[in-house]
Design a protein around this ligand. Structure first.
Ligand code: ZN
Length: 104
């Protein structure tokens, strides 16, 4: 059992992992480098930010902001929604492959 109050916040976004936080997919709470993390943030870390997914050339190439003007946490929530909309194996695999070409 993870004690969500025993650390400074999510390992990825830095925001608190609320004591009653329940991952949206019902999975066990994620950990990153031994610290609790939001599951959405783990997905965002793997796939890239919402800006990267929606318009890589603009947000990553021109703006240098793969989170598309959102905070990391906001971007992560939108990435999770994106996966739920586009969540076929091949589309997610394509996004992961694209991620390798994106330095952020
Ligand atoms: Zn987080």
């Amino acid at each position: 059992m993870i004690d969500p109050m025993s650390h400074d916040g999510c390992a990825l976004c830095g925001e608190p992992v609320e004591p009653d936080y329940v991952p949206p997919n019902g999975a066990d709470q994620a950990r990153c480098n031994g610290r609790p993390a939001h599951n959405e943030c783990m997905v965002r870390e793997a796939l890239g930010g919402i800006g990267h997914l929606e318009d890589h050339a603009h947000w990553c190439g021109q703006m240098g902001d793969p989170d598309g003007g959102r905070t990391y946490r906001e971007s992560a929530r939108e990435v999770m929604a994106w996966v739920q909309r586009h969540g076929t194996v091949s589309e997610v695999a394509d996004a992961v492959a694209d991620r390798d070409a994106c330095s952020r």
